[in-house]
Design a protein around this ligand. Structure first.
Ligand code: KG4
Ligand code: ZN
Length: 351
């Protein structure tokens, strides 16, 4: 089975060809970083226009690099939400048009499902597993019971983890995107230098919160009273990163115990999404998994940040179950993986 995947939900334009034997035949990603950098964040209108300009060329390149043509494909999968709606419209519309023109099945893929199933593309991971999904827009713990069967154990009551990295980096003058900038700066820093709060640690359940930590970083930076030196930046970055990692690990530990109660011992913990690229987080989660006696999988970096290979793969997984979507399926800015989940515990929470 050969799938073309299309991803346009945020600021990465991407196309990929993946086969049913888990081989990524091609995966091309055009980052729009330079388009958005002057604004210090992703601007939705700028993103939509850039997707429109870049996408057709990327699809062509993905096929060329895979040395395949449209006639070789078995399905077209495109992210149809959640995300910035302009971009989602661009990608899903091209996907539908190609499917219609070539008489191929169209799979409208939930971007979060792409992240959720990505470990099954990189590794041999059977259902069920516990997923920590940490990206710029999402921060959730989910029991992944099968394709399309996700049960939420916890979510953020304010910011997503990646959003916290991005905001803290902006405050520290480290630029955009914040995650990689903080990780780089933290290498030379002392994580114990600033006693920042470690949100939610010790509380029952698996919900997250990062806005208090973000404010604490801002106060610590303001307290310096001038532009921070490189060392001060590094210490704050390291302290912040340590707080986020330990908070994520604490919430994940509670989720692992609940998961073990429900499914028995010895399953797999998986981390996915852009923040899963963070080396310190991978270390802390790896240690946690070892302590709890579960296997730990973190997909390679290129599969953690937004890409189209995971979208093609989600299309393959769904197609194998006989699924297909109509061309009238509507792009969705919000599309929770677990529609049954109660809203996050406090007001102002995100889907
Ligand atoms: O999954 P992703 O590429 O896009 C979304 O779906 O949101 O995640 C992007 C997020 C950004 O907030 C970025 O700062 C964060 O992932 N990120 C990182 C790292 N690399 C990317 N956060 C921490 N450490 C990293 N190395
Ligand atoms: Zn993503």
């Amino acid at each position: 089975m050969l799938a073309l995947g299309i991803e346009t939900s945020c600021d990465e334009t991407a196309a990929a060809v993946v086969d049913g034997d888990r081989r990524i035949r091609s995966s091309v990603v055009a980052s729009q970083l330079e388009h958005h950098r002057p604004f210090g964040g992703v601007v939705p209108e700028v993103a939509a226009r850039a997707h429109l300009e870049l996408l057709q060329g990327l699809v062509r390149r993905a096929l060329e690099e895979a040395t395949l043509g449209f006639d070789d494909l078995d399905l077209i999968a495109a992210t149809t939400g959640p995300g910035l709606i302009g971009g989602v419209i661009v990608g899903s519309t091209l996907g539908k048009a190609l499917a219609l023109a070539r008489g191929l099945p169209f799979l409208a893929v939930n971007h979060l499902e792409g992240h959720a199933l990505s470990p099954r593309l990189s590794d041999d991971v059977p259902f069920p597993y516990l997923l920590l999904l940490v990206s710029g827009g999402h921060c959730q713990l989910l029991a992944v019971e099968g394709v399309g069967r996700y049960r939420r154990y916890g979510t953020t009551i304010d910011d997503a983890a990646g959003e916290a990295f991005d905001k803290a980096a902006k405050k520290l003058g480290l630029g955009f995107p914040g995650g990689p900038a903080i990780e780089r700066a933290a290498k030379a820093g002392d994580p114990k230098r600033h006693p920042l709060p470690r949100p939610m640690i010790g509380r029952p359940g698996s919900d997250f919160s990062f806005s208090g930590l973000k404010t604490a970083v801002a106060h610590a930076a303001d307290a310096i009273g001038r532009a921070p030196t490189d060392q001060e930046q590094a210490d704050l970055a390291a302290s912040f990163q340590e707080s986020v990692a330990s908070s994520l690990a604490d919430r994940t530990r509670n989720a692992l115990r609940r998961f073990a109660d429900e499914f028995g011992p010895g399953h797999t913990l998986v981390v996915a999404g852009g923040v899963a690229a963070n080396t310190r987080l991978r270390q802390v989660l790896g240690d946690l998994a070892a302590r709890e006696g579960v296997r730990f999988i973190a997909p390679p970096l290129a599969l953690c940040t937004d890409n189209a290979a995971m979208i093609a793969w989600a299309g393959i997984e769904r197609r194998r179950l006989g699924q297909e979507d109509g061309l009238d399926v509507a792009p969705r800015p919000r599309w929770p993986l677990d529609a049954e989940a109660p809203p996050a515990p406090y007001a102002g929470a995100k889907a």
